[in-house]
Ligand binder design. Structure first.
Ligand code: HEM
Ligand SMILES: *[C@@H]1O[C@H](CO)[C@@H](O)[C@H](O)[C@H]1NC(C)=O
Ligand SMILES: *[C@@H]1O[C@H](CO)[C@@H](O)[C@H](O)[C@H]1NC(C)=O
Ligand SMILES: *[C@@H]1O[C@H](CO)[C@@H](O)[C@H](O)[C@H]1NC(C)=O
Length: 334
């Protein structure tokens, strides 16, 4: 994909900014940026690593050819990364003796997978241009590729994220859970500067992938929690896949009826009581979000356009301060 006109203007704009005395308001805003919160750029790797994007795409394409489910894994991984300490690759760090457990070993980790795809891309990039491309950027690019290669939209990903040195399992408690109410979901997004519209749009990522029984078990077995909006035949099918006495830890359900294809089926299923998670169903509780669901159910094109925009907003959450050599470990301090 060509990065369009913005590419040529971004450098000019940067020079203009630094060339002039910064107005006090701008300075104040700049000082509010989190540590390491540098502006993202469309052409950062053009000179130092022109093959960066292509190398990530190759790694994702190769993995997808063997296993369609890595697309969902990469997309969800990027979401978890950005919602905890900003998009800083903290979700990629392994637990160590000194840091047990890391984010990836926190309670909502069920089904986080496809880490090897990021490792493969990193290995290729370290051979091409060592120390240049951050793991957080690789993940943002890989999530974009995962969506595009699954039939979804594509977009240009600004780069320049830095990798963080901290990853704490307990911080995953700030991620919204599958039983979250509409208010809780809104809060989780607003707290990160994302809108209620972003919530509806990004939940559309549930057009890809799979959920384990534990993520929706209470919707189908606890009589009191039975949601009247849940289609009876859908609930019955879920009970067959996840009986109350289920002992198969791998059991669960596809997120929507076309779970390897990025499309708007998720929204159409939501409208007929076939949303899998309570948090999906919750998008129907408010007239404003219900209207977005109706719009995206009616127009895949509107969903795709909105999804690209909201992904850019989520991927701009700041974090990090280094470029890791190995995505699973922080760099040794000099
Ligand atoms: C709005 C709040 C959200 C909640 C409460 C939520 C919760 C969940 C849960 C519980 C699962 C199933 C995990 C399992 O049982 O294995 C899941 C799967 C998934 N989520 Fe979300 N999620 C949310 C938003 C998002 C966002 C914003 C994205 C990406 C942009 C995303 C992408 C995915 C994907 C792709 C899967 C399937 C994973 C796979 O098959 O490996 N989710 N989500
Ligand atoms: C998830 O976290 C638990 C601890 O909460 C850990 O035992 C398990 O290995 C982790 N699973 C994955 C796939 O990382
Ligand atoms: C996680 O634990 C650290 C200390 O280990 C603590 O400083 C921090 O406040 C905790 N965060 C959350 C969200 O519980
Ligand atoms: C689970 O319960 C169902 C009846 O509700 C029964 O038919 C089935 O054999 C049970 N499975 C196990 C593994 O206990």
């Amino acid at each position: 994909m060509a990065p369009a006109a913005a590419e040529s203007s971004s450098d000019g704009r940067r020079w203009w900014l630094w060339g002039c005395a910064l107005p006090p308001l701008l300075l104040a805003v700049a000082m509010l940026l989190p540590r390491g919160g540098e502006a993202l750029s469309l052409d950062l790797y053009e000179e130092r690593c022109p093959e960066a994007e292509a190398a990530v795409t190759v790694a994702v394409r190769q993995a997808l050819a063997k296993d369609r489910t890595v697309a969902a894994g990469l997309l969800r991984m990027h979401f978890h990364d950005c919602f905890v300490r900003g998009c800083d690759g903290s979700v990629l760090l392994d637990s160590t003796e000194k840091n047990v457990p890391a984010e990836k070993d926190g309670p909502p980790n069920v089904s986080l997978h496809a880490f090897y795809v990021i490792d493969n891309a990193k290995q290729a990039l370290e051979a091409l241009c060592p120390g240049v491309v951050s793991c957080a950027d690789i993940l943002a690019l890989a999530a974009r590729d995962a969506v595009a290669l699954s039939g979804g939209p594509s977009w240009v990903v600004p780069v320049g994220r830095r990798d963080g040195r901290v990853s704490l399992a307990n911080e995953t408690s700030t991620l919204p859970g599958p039983g979250a109410s509409f208010e809780q979901l809104k809060q989780a997004f607003h707290a990160r500067g994302l809108s209620t519209k972003d919530l509806v749009v990004l939940s559309g990522a549930h057009t890809l992938g799979f959920a384990h029984c534990s993520s929706f078990q209470n919707r189908i077995h606890q009589q009191l929690l039975h949601d009247p909006a849940l289609s009876p035949s859908f609930a019955a099918a879920l009970r067959r896949a996840c009986p109350a006495n289920n002992t198969d830890r791998g059991a669960g359900s596809a997120m929507d009826a076309t779970s390897a294809t990025f499309d708007n089926t998720y929204y159409r299923m939501l409208q007929v009581g076939r949303g899998l998670l309570s948090s999906d169903e919750a998008l129907l509780t408010h007239p404003k979000t219900r209207a977005f669901v109706a719009l995206f159910a009616a127009s895949q094109e509107a969903f795709f356009r909105a999804f690209a925009k909201s992904m850019l907003r989520m991927a701009a959450l700041n974090g990090g301060d280094e470029v890791r050599a190995n995505c699973r470990r922080v760099n040794n301090k000099p």
